[in-house]
Design a protein around this ligand. Sequence first.
Ligand code: ADP
Length: 657
Amino acid sequence: MTNEEAVDILVVDDLPEKLLVIETILEGLGQNIVTARSGREALRYLLDREFAVILLDVNMPDMDGLETAAMIRQRRQTSRTPIIFITAFGDDAHSAQGYSLGAVDYIYSPVVPEILRTKVGVFVDLFKKTLQVRRQAEERVALAREQAARAAAEEATRRSAFLAEASKVLAKSLDYDATLRGVARLLVPELGDFAAVTIVDDRSGSWDNLVVLKDPIDGSRKKFHPSRAELDPALCETIRRVLETGEPEHVAPARGMGPWAQATVLPLEARGRVMGTLALAGGPAGPRPGTDDLALARDLAGRAAIAIDNARLYHDIQEDDRRKNEFLAMLAHELRNPLAPIRNAVEILQHLGLKDGDLGWASDVISRQVEQMVRLVDDLLDISRITGGKVQLRKEPIDVASVVSRAVETSRPLIEARGHRLAVELPREPLWVVGDRTRLSQVLANVLNNAAKYTADGGEIALSVGREAEEAVFRVRDTGVGIPPEMLSRVFDLFTQVDRSLDRSEGGLGIGLTLVHRLMEMHGGRVEARSEGPGRGSEFILRLPAASANGQHREGPKAPAAAGDAAADRRASCRILIVDDNQDSARTLERLLRISGHEVHTAPDGPAALGLMDSIRPDLVLLDIGLPGMDGYEVARRIRERPDGARILLVALTGYG
Ligand code: ADP
């Protein structure tokens, strides 16, 4: 309110002419004059208006001025409103009573205008000042309230920004250590100057502690991994209890943790399990009991627990996967070792069986089954090597026709054994791709074998190859058992088989198509399965980027022939030394080569082999790589160092693919 603003003055008198006189006198003050003709009317006005001053006639019929004043004083809102009585001159008895009722002044009628104006003016000024003070106080309260609200809003924004940032940091990595480091970074100095994260190992129950603190002297962040014994004893005991109860606790460190007098220990909970704790202390923002910061810390603890738990689960899964892959690689290797001597022995049997029908038949059976086993073990070995990133492609430009002929050559025995008809359609123009010939043939042979395996005897298999836009596309269609729609994409997953209740006569492991898929990806290509459904045949489509036909890259047609000639030359008898610690392998190979007319010697290890070199003077050394003691590479080096070393053909034998 400004001083110019008018305030209300209440004038109470039963006589209208007296009211008019007073009203006229007070007009000069420039305020609102409100008139009432009785005490009751005055009280009604006073219900909802505040007056600067009340002028009250003492002598009124019905309720007189004194009664009215008494009622005015009784009401809390008007208990302090100044009252000026207007009374007949010399009415002292009334005066005394009036003062006792809280009158502030008396004016005798007939009134002297100057006196009335002056007295009322004093109360008007006083009232205006009071109003001003009150308004200023209200403004200050409103301002303080507004500031508090703004601070609270800023605080809330800071918290939600912090939690959003926390979620981002925690979601960044599935690596356990990185997640823990992220948690530590969020805690200090945002939530405190000291933080200790303790994670309990599921199996051993041991604690993994990470302590981060802001150095009280230079303000730098320090991080270390104390053992359980190195933690403050009281803190350690509290952590143990929180791990047990899952309830947060406050603790005063026993030895003192630097300048921090109190720490709060919160449980880290995930999947309904307390997996560790989070201890926080110190700093202006350090969480004190019952504060919002504590709520923030608990919220963060919840998020951190989930992130740490995820990282641990992921780590466990990866670890399991790694161990499984290692096991598969080992298994494949171990299974493969005995296969070589079996294969050799079978060949010897087949040689002997030429004259004996039963022996020939039995050795054919063994041979077929061994070949099947070799294929399985090779797949197993391949998949574990591809998964381990150990396979490298030997890429070169190749004509798709050569891939087809190799694959068909591999699959033909199975296709014929099942009595299928195979139709092959090649592109009219040569079609080139860049890839690893052996691997691409393996891919196509795998798909052809599946077509033969999953088609009832006497079915149709169609292989067509052609150029479609920028791609070389191989399609293998069969009239077999087909694939249900929901399995079409899943057949490429490792160990996935559509019908596991089959009599398993095919003996598959569910690896072949995974190999196909991975090898195609490594070639920048892809594979897709199509089928109208069970019983309606399947189609596998392999796509590779087509290469431009480049004369320079074309294989010289002579190359294979030249290799063939060389092979033919070597068919003449030669002196061979077999170096292998696996006696069965060495002996069977020795006999096999002897049957082929060669002079063959064996040595069980490197030193023995080197000792025989002078007396045997071999043309060819078949050298196992994994020899005990001196390995095959070292033996090869020593042989090469001999004066005649360069002339000797060295062939490595290894089960490691
Ligand atoms: P495997 O043949 O050793 O079981 P694969 O990875 O080669 O493993 O194939 C996975 C599964 O896909 C097979 O078990 C089979 O159920 C299905 N499948 C593959 N090729 C065909 C096909 N041509 N027709 C029908 N089903 C097939």
